[in-house]
Ligand binder design. Sequence first.
Ligand SMILES: [Zn+2]
Length: 602
Amino acid sequence: MRPLRRTPSRLLLAAALLFACRPSPDATETPTKTAENGAQAPAVDPWAAPAEPALATIQAHLAFLADDAQEGRPPGTEADVRVQEHVIAAMEAAGLEPAFGGSFRQPLEVIDGVRLRGGKASALTLAKGGAVDHRLVPFGHDTADAPVEARLVYVGQGIADPSTEGDYKTIGKKVDGAIAVILATSPDDPHMRPSLKRPQSRVIAARDRGAVAAILVDPELEVPYPNHGAYSDLQIPVISVGKSAAQAIFAELGARGDKLPKLGARSRGAASIATPIEPIRLATANIGGILRGDGSTGKRIVVGAHMDHLGHGTSSSLAPGVDAIHNGADDNASGVATLLALAESLATLPASARPYDVVFYAFAAEEMGLLGSKHLVDALADDEREVMAAMLNFDMVGRLRDDTVIVAGTGTSTPWKDLLERSRGALTIKASDDGYGASDQTSFYEAGVPVLHFFTGPHDDYHKPSDDLDKINLEGAAAIGAVAQRVIAGIMQDRPELDYIKVERKASSRGGFRVSLGTIPDYAAQVDGVKLTGVRPGGPAEKAGLKADDVIVALGGREIHNLDDYMAAFGSLKPDVEIDVVVMRKNERVELKMTPAQPSRR
Ligand SMILES: [Zn+2]
């Protein structure tokens, strides 16, 4: 292939400007010209100096997507629909065709928190203190018409480190048959595994010691835990109490003034908790458009970016307790804007220059666990899946620093590194091999598609209301869009064999787990247990014989009903200590032995 970064001759430049940024009147044919003397003019190579993703286009889309008017783009809301319509309009303007059987929309349903069942009320009533202000959380149990009544027991932060018993060392059996009052603040021990600190894990620790309900009390925040995200039934009701009502609970446990109760303190009378709840099901949609090529390869290149963000703040907000619009300018208005600018620029090329179709997907509900892209991949017919040659993902491309862009997935196909090297222009590529990552490329990589994820790196505004437009590096986003376009140009012109490589990598210590199992949970599955979308090559799970679609129902002797049980169970596993695992496989119960591994230190 001719180097992609070659400087165009004057003639070619003139030709390129002629065609820049609008589909040529007859995009199907490469124009041939005859010179004055009638001689055949040399064919213009449309890839010589194609229009590149336009900065003005990126700017316009970013301004719309990251505006307060889109309210942080929470799935299943009017703002979500406005964003979908905006993306569809841009795809139509670029000349894309609907990607979902005549529609640009692929509807899907997501669960986002809980609500009270019709006509029912939740309640938290203390023996002495009476009714207390409280909030629902997206985990717990539907008490239907049977409130739970029991005495309160104070368990401190209720963290049960399996090796030390943690706070329960002092409390002992007192919480058995009682309502556990858990201090929701997080211990400032940076070495403690996050999986143990999760409120769900603390509720499970109390439940496993006999608690019949739990109250998360936070004397610092008004909203200890936002009622957003997937719902999990932890078999005991859970309610949260914020700073304005915290003292009422502590007073019921004998605390004076603004003091905390003593560990193991018990209320004299019984309290009552009622949470007649059901999960909130929201309708959202993936958006997709196809830029048809000449069909000569019969294959497709996928370009993706997620549209959603955190609204006014969910449990993955890094500004806990702050009820404010999380504009998500970088995450991921920048990615969607760059995707739309790339669609526009690629559409200026004649179809004859594109032997591959390019399908552009704007994903829903990525922040909820890659739900949109997972749904999309699961819904693909086999033949649709087979023609997917590669997937390029833009997630957080708006904060380029030092002209260095992180590109993950470079090990997932042989041509990637060379293609990137020839496409990078003035940018430096910080490559990482793994196709698994915290964004939508993972859904495609799991399905056997080589992937690349473009990313400008973490920053202090990540998942905060301060991830705003004025911090976006527009030129950087345009430059990254141009790199991706050159990669696509390289594929279009060379038609390389984009083989699929399973990158073997031990799970990193990121996530703070003491062990790694090499399982890949399916965050979208609504099953009793934890369904696997796959297992990592060479990991403990693969060695133990676990497979994709297996549903884990017991781990290390603990029942697993949902992801929260699974995370809590993780906390009690030790590296190199064999454990029993039970999975449901095609309705058959299968018992296996697995030896957790050490997470790799990176
Ligand atoms: Zn993102």
